[in-house]
Design a binder for this molecule. Structure first.
Ligand code: CP3
Length: 358
């Protein structure tokens, strides 16, 4: 399996390569007309995630159109709560909606999730179509391209379970921690348990690389960084590394500051391999401080793709000239590609990277 993905792996192994491997977060999505067609046929978003024929097709669409070096499995971070019995729906124009858990049920709910997380056959009743998608994609994807499997970080998924809108903050979760830390720990343990299983099954089905999205790390108070971010991520990564030492793990902890990122990298004890940086971070700092110690991914502002082809080219070249001075770089955006991006600009981005030569 190791030799299936030479090019993507070369960057992670810090080999000297003439251009970086590249892919875009949310590359399978609404900016593609062929995605919107399948999305319409599928009806609901989760039906798209849970129907291997559809999910396989949309995973491969961006590779066929743009020849990215990696495909990312089409699924969502919220299939984990869904599999744990918290039914998730996606409302048009609103986003994900999860049922409200009343205050006096928070503890019972946590215990219930913990119980279900240990019943792998129950999880797989919901998740097995996703494994089938991974298998299908790996069969069709050219051998020199990587297939990235993924899940959400425990903290980020917990916010979707406990908060009405994670984008608005995490007061309820923090408050619960100060009064009942053991309840928060039970939720976290359940999410780690389910995620290790989910990722293991993706790897068994053919995923070559794993990315963990901690999209709401930005909300964590400094005093709880270790509790909510560092410890759960390390536990998840270590458990996975123990089973699959050869599978590289990418972390995307959105919104952390430089000191926190340094701690994550320097204290990681090889439990993850790539740090994906969001667009608020200064890549010159990352290049000078982190790139000798870990492979970096990122971080072009996704809004650059809303501008002109000339500007796109200029920004891509700026990033490549900086980051390709050292080995260990994967090109990506600093967050997901926006639905309103013109296809022409994505094409320019791809050509600029594909034709780059050190
Ligand atoms: O191409 C890919 O990256 C693979 C598929 C993928 C999706 N979601 C599909 C999706 C991945 C990796 C995700 C991860 C995900 N999902 C994250 C972490 C990454 C990030 O953006 O920070 C988060 C926070 C979610 C939760 C989620 N899913 C939200 C908040 C929303 C609604 C907002 C939106 O963009 O619509 C979704 C829906 C979703 N997930 C869509 C897609 C393509 C759009 C739904 C549609 O097509 O109707």
């Amino acid at each position: 399996m190791d030799n299936l993905i030479p090019f993507f792996m070369k960057a992670i192994q810090k080999e000297d390569i003439h251009r970086p491997p590249f892919w875009l977060m949310r590359q399978a999505g609404r900016y593609l007309p062929e995605y919107r067609d399948i999305r319409k046929q599928a009806g609901s978003f989760l039906n798209l995630c849970y129907t291997p024929e559809y999910a396989t097709e949309v995973t491969l669409q961006p590779i066929e159109r743009y020849d990215f070096d990696a495909a990312i499995l089409f699924s969502d971070i919220l299939v984990i709560p869904d599999a744990l019995g918290i039914s998730v729906t996606f409302k048009e124009g609103v986003g994900p909606v999860l049922p409200h858990i009343p205050e006096d049920s928070l503890s019972d709910y946590a215990n219930k999730l913990k119980r279900i997380s240990l019943q792998k056959d129950v999880l797989d009743q919901t998740l097995s179509p996703v494994y089938k998608t991974v298998e299908n994609v790996r069969c069709t994807l050219p051998k020199d391209k990587a297939l990235i499997g993924f899940c959400g970080a425990p903290w980020t998924v917990l916010l979707y379970i406990l908060e009405e809108k994670p984008s608005k903050g995490c007061e309820r979760t923090r408050g619960l921690f100060y009064t009942h830390p053991e309840i928060v720990q039970t939720y976290t343990d359940a999410l780690i348990e389910a995620s290790v299983h989910y990722l293991s099954q993706q790897i068994e089905s053919g995923a070559n690389v794993i990315q963990i999205f901690d999209s709401w790390a930005v909300h964590v108070p400094a005093t709880l960084f270790e509790t909510f971010i560092q410890k759960p991520l390390y536990t998840l990564c270590k458990r996975l590394k123990k089973k699959y030492p050869h599978i590289p793990i990418i972390l995307f902890p959105r919104g952390l500051n430089q000191e926190q990122l340094k701690r994550l990298v320097f204290e990681r004890n090889s439990c993850f391999d790539v740090l994906s940086l969001d667009y608020t971070l200064d890549m010159t700092w990352a290049h000078n401080t982190l790139q000798d110690h870990i492979c970096l991914q990122g971080n072009m502002d996704p809004a650059v793709l809303l501008s002109t082809p000339e500007k796109v080219k200029e920004e891509v070249l700026r990033l490549l000239s900086l980051m390709m001075q050292k080995p260990g770089y994967i090109f990506n955006l600093g967050h997901g590609i926006l639905p309103q991006v013109p296809l022409k600009n994505v094409e320019i981005l791809c050509h600029t990277i594909q034709n780059w030569h050190k």
